[in-house]
Write a protein that binds this ligand. Sequence first.
Ligand code: ATP
Ligand code: MG
Length: 398
Amino acid sequence: MIDHPFFRQALPVIARLEEAGFEAFFVGGAVRDLFLGRPVHDVDIATSAVPAEVKAVFRNTVDVGIDHGTILVLHDGIGFEVTTFRTESEYTDFRRPDEVRFVRSLYEDLKRRDFTMNAMAMNKNGEWIDPFGGKEDIQTRKIRTVGRAGERFSEDALRMMRAARFVSQLSFRLDDDTKEAMTEHAPLLGHIAVERKLNEMDKLFSGYDKRQAVAVLIETGLYQFLPGLDGQKPALTRLAGLPIEGLTADQVWTAAAYLCAEEDPVPFLTQWRLPQKRIKSISRSVRTLIQFLAKGVTDWQLFQGGLQSSVDAAAAGYALTGGKELDAGSAASRFESLPIKSRHDLAITGNDLIQWASKSRGPWIKEVLERTERAVIARDVPNERTEIERWLHACNLL
Ligand code: ATP
Ligand code: MG
């Protein structure tokens, strides 16, 4: 019996496929996480039915990845990914194959999966199919490839990054043969698209055991084939030595960019093909971090950084300095009690200054506005129009 709600919700989907004469099983990460007692997010179903047959069985389906055999089946308003058993025998360029071959055998499907812990299946009665010793490896917390590690990494080099990110997410260790093959085949990672590496790196940075995982990148030499990290062994070694377990992915990116490219993090982050929005916010956090480290966490620096970057910079800085100079916890609450939180909150504008001073536009406006912001942040003057006007006169700024 399966007493997990996500799995139970999917039982009718499996039952319908079986009634139609096909095999269907739970597979992949959800089965692993169920056995591990970790939270399960979405369950994947594998079936002997080819996509056209899946679509004939269910009324509501969406073709989400039909070329790879994946159909989204909608049942009771919930979507379940149903994927045809397949092999991926044709590999070129050490990348995921462009073509998949549908097969009728569950065993063949499990055999093409990356690690033993990810190559288990469970039927609708909660019985396990575990041809490669996944359960035992989970019990001993080991990441081991299905089949010979060197071959599996030559087929798809991204699997080496997946191994490293599972170290972070699951706090597992690499099996010796798997680790040795990673060290030997690390250069194949050069063939993999940056977007796929980024996806794994984000997951690595989001897991708990980031330090151990970064150490794996160093020990296996994988880092040399990651964007902007070749030649960065000292920086990465430093990162692996920091208490970064509780940091968010973007906070780790902030620390990493600071350690690898302090002068200008933008090219580093661009190499990783991060979305522009994240490049902007992470590089702002790095700038804020540099200010925090140089001048401490002052109200002015918090104002300049903005909430998100201040929090991320404080968290990264806390890890970098061992908490000696920075207090990450209070960055957010201190930011919240600032009299103004952004330029737009200031009670006056450049036009007010032009009017009050009867002067024409010019660089003086920016200067006076910044003096005003500083004074408001320092609580020298309340953020109120008439008070500010009086203060400006008193300081001879008008
Ligand atoms: P997560 O919890 O992060 O989703 P996951 O194990 O479910 O982890 P997915 O990327 O969702 O990872 O992949 C689902 C399953 O597909 C894996 O458990 C594994 O069986 C298989 N798989 C994914 N990527 C590969 C790959 N590159 N090579 C072989 N099998 C893979
Ligand atoms: Mg998954």
